[in-house]
Design a binder for this molecule. Structure first.
Ligand code: PLP
Length: 358
């Protein structure tokens, strides 16, 4: 793929920016967006930054009917020095291409997509909020735009990047959440699309989420789709358990989404000489560890919340209260270190952050 110049059309009017303290997640968007088209004869072409605006699509576009689409999610953070930086963005572009492969969508040039994100964030850099815990969420996604009702890979696509200033996930520090173990619905099965960040996985997760939120739980703990025995993920986060001093996370198995945060947690634990293992872990094992008083901490890990301690697991009518529903030491240290690196207040020994510049 040849490197192409990104054309830029600046918005004539600027939208009003919400106060940092009032920001939610994903409701407000910036002044510009990036768009690039694909068709078979030209490949990816016409990369452009344009004013943020609705897109017009043929109602027969494949994406509306068969959901051939992928997305990513990462953040830009403002440092104390007023610089803007990204956290391991190359990992998101690599994963976007893995999702593309699974969904029969043509690959993008990862370096070029990063350059597009860099230019877009730089242009809308005034939108990067600076109240503690706030950031600019970056949502790259690809949709299949060919008007065709046959079930086949589209011959046309759009790659779009939009930006949204988002509030602090935890307004008063990190807070343990209540989780229900999901025994009926499954998120993904091996051989399915669980490894890809594709819309259908999230549409199919809504029902379970809806039922447990009525019962006061924040998320569900997903079990494997075949035996409903082994733990996979929590909501749309990867999950970790600390049992007798060892941190365990489900091994990647074809149905688990490989998180950038998950990978960073494993690297940090290794760096601190905290034992960490990727392996199969069953709900029975977690329950037994709990009964034996060995379940020390549990937490979810993902870009949105970074680290989300689990204070309670509800399973088969029993309630497992973990670490007295308090944030555990490892959860806290991981949260402080990861956010510290992301906001540039803690040194970055792994070279994870990338500055946004002209
Ligand atoms: C995005 C996502 C994650 C977390 O990935 P990060 O790269 O850490 O944000 C975990 N599980 C699911 C299902 C996801 O969609």
């Amino acid at each position: 793929m040849t490197k192409q110049k990104i054309s830029t059309r600046i918005s004539e009017s600027k939208k009003e920016k919400p106060a940092s303290e009032q920001l939610e997640f994903g409701r407000v968007f910036t002044d510009h967006m990036f768009v690039m088209d694909y068709k078979e004869s030209k490949g990816w072409h016409d990369p452009r930054i344009v004013p943020y605006q609705p897109i017009t699509l043929d109602p027969a576009s494949i994406v509306f009917h068969y959901g051939q689409t992928v997305f990513e999610g990462l953040k830009a953070y403002e440092t104390k020095q007023g610089e803007v930086q990204l956290f391991r963005p190359e990992k998101n572009m690599q994963r976007l291409n893995r999702s593309n492969d699974r969904m029969c969508i043509p690959r993008i040039d990862e370096a070029f997509a990063l350059e597009a994100i860099n230019q877009l964030v730089h242009l809308d850099r005034e939108w990067v909020p600076n109240a503690p815990g706030t950031s600019l969420y970056i949502r790259p996604f690809i949709i299949s735009t060919e008007p065709y009702l046959g079930v086949a890979p589209s011959k046309q696509y759009q790659f779009i990047v939009i930006l949204s200033p988002v509030g602090a996930y935890y307004k008063e520090g990190i807070n343990p959440i209540r989780i229900a173990v999901e025994n009926e619905f499954v998120r993904a099965v091996k051989g399915g699309t669980g490894e890809a960040k594709t819309a259908g996985n999230y549409a199919s997760s809504l029902k379970a989420q809806e039922i447990v939120s009525e019962q006061g739980f924040a998320q569900v703990l997903w079990l494997d789709g075949l035996e409903k025995k082994y733990i996979e993920e929590v909501g749309s986060m990867n999950v970790f358990f600390k049992i007798s001093g060892e941190v365990v996370t489900p091994a990647l198995n074809g149905s688990i989404l490989e998180g950038v945060t998950r990978n960073s947690v494993i690297q940090l634990l290794n760096h601190w000489d905290v034992p960490v293992t990727e392996r199969k872990i069953s709900m029975d094992e977690v329950y037994q560890a709990y009964k034996d008083g060995l379940l020390e901490e549990a937490f979810g890990a993902g870009t949105a919340a970074v680290i989300s301690p689990i204070g309670e697991l509800s399973w088969n009518g029993e309630s497992l209260v973990i670490n007295e529903s308090q944030t555990g030491d490892i959860s806290k240290k991981l949260y402080d270190t990861l956010t510290g690196i992301q906001y540039g207040s803690v040194s970055d020994p792994f070279g994870w952050t990338v500055k946004v510049n002209e």
